[in-house]
Design a protein around this ligand. Sequence first.
Ligand SMILES: Nc1ncnc2c1ncn2[C@@H]1O[C@H](COP(=O)(O)OP(=O)(O)OP(=O)(O)O)[C@@H](O)[C@H]1O
Ligand SMILES: [Mg+2]
Length: 506
Amino acid sequence: MKLIGLIGSGSSTAYAPVIIWDRVEHYAKEEQLVVVDDSRRSMRFLGVLRLIRRYEPFLDSRKRTSYVDNPDLVETGTLPHSSGYVSIIGVISENGVVEPQLPPNPGSKVYVVESPTDLSLELGGGLVIGVHKYSGIEIPLDPRGIPYHIGVVGATGTGKSRLVKAFIDEVLAKTNYNIIVFDHTGMDYSVFYKDNVVEGSRTVLDISLITDMILYRTGLNRNTYEPYIMVSLLSYIYNYIREKHPELLQELIGSSSGGRQKTLVPKTPSFQEFLNKIDYSRLQEILAEKNIVWDITSFKEQLIRTLQNMRARDSSKIRLGIALDVYLGKQFFESLNKRDMLPRDIVGYAGNNRLVVVDLSTEDLEARRYIVSSVINELWRIIEEKREPINTLVVIDEAHNYACRSCGVSHRAITRIAREGRKWGLGVLLATQRIIDIDPEIRGNINTWLFSKLQTPGDFNELKGYMDLSGISENTLAILGKREFFVAGLMNPLRIPILIKVRTVE
Ligand SMILES: Nc1ncnc2c1ncn2[C@@H]1O[C@H](COP(=O)(O)OP(=O)(O)OP(=O)(O)O)[C@@H](O)[C@H]1O
Ligand SMILES: [Mg+2]
């Protein structure tokens, strides 16, 4: 450890002024860990150096001195010195770092912690995603904070996704949590966990979502076209099943053919009957099992028949026909094929393998949100069934696409975890570039924040609203490098935000 100065007059249990020894002034950097040795009282305080300023007694901008009339006077000499503050973490004791009861004495010596061997701190065996930037001391994050939710924010390229990867590895290694990762780009996590990837494009979509996707892509008026599209989709499915698996139609409308009837050939339900009685969750299962094939030509034929039956106007028929060919095309219908997984399969995969990465990169935004919400809803279904903690962490990167106020189904699902997840061991980790794009209700329930250089000044004020930033200035954040993040909140083992450098993740 290197001596850098003395505690000045006016310390409290939270802050202590430091007068920096001029000869070693260049060693004193903001965010360094320091030990304050109050030898007279045999106490050692741990703290972080902050708000370092350079002063000169005669060059006070609010006082008139001879320098005002004669700037050349500086050539005869000045008396500059640096001073700053120690933001006090606590008193170093055998049981770790405990809350200080007294402020450090003026005159106590201040040392910079230069390496992990300088100091052994009992910080518990938590999740280590990196070390303190200057001292190299490991900062283990308390895993009990997982179900109280985690936010990772920083401008683009600061290393959020890599940090999250380090976090995932630690959770897998040191806790009993299962993890479901939604990989928005398909390049952040799928490449690292090749053996645990499930293609989001294998998830069965439901009729209302496919309708929404068609309406969104074509820009057709919902009031007019929603019924036509929905009924056409259902007729398509009905006809497909009637042709390929007629035995399933009875099952889909929930009529049991017990007793004597078994020997009879069951009557095929009409489309109207199918529409009235269909069991939609069974339908999803059948779609996953039987792999229904969608094709634009057959769908168009179905659409025309449906429009005729529903007595649609000619203009509606034309509009829909154009929309189908021009805005959707063959590709859209092909993207509905080869879907053989249900949300419960994804949750089951996580249960069996501890980790599942759902690659959402090839899906429409609406479909991505649907998949996120349906997987979360499945987790809630299990919780409601078993009434016991599920110990699962849901990781959502590029979270502004899912947790924004106008994000629809995924917003609702994430809000529920944020509000109620803690009771059931269900946590969410959201990573995003801009904190203000996350719905306030969700971000208000996030109790651990990891933040780096921020994209907008508003974000800094937002963070300040949630936690005591203990003298971290916006300027400090602005000059942070890649992989440098502050840890604050519940999982931080220290009581003030601390700067870590994330370990190498490659
Ligand atoms: N911990 C790390 N170890 C090794 N390389 C890193 C680390 N963190 C960041 N990098 C480098 O910086 C690049 C950007 O990191 P990352 O993708 O994690 O940033 P990001 O904050 O998620 O950016 P975006 O907001 O654009 O998603 C990586 O491709 C990698 O080259
Ligand atoms: Mg990223």
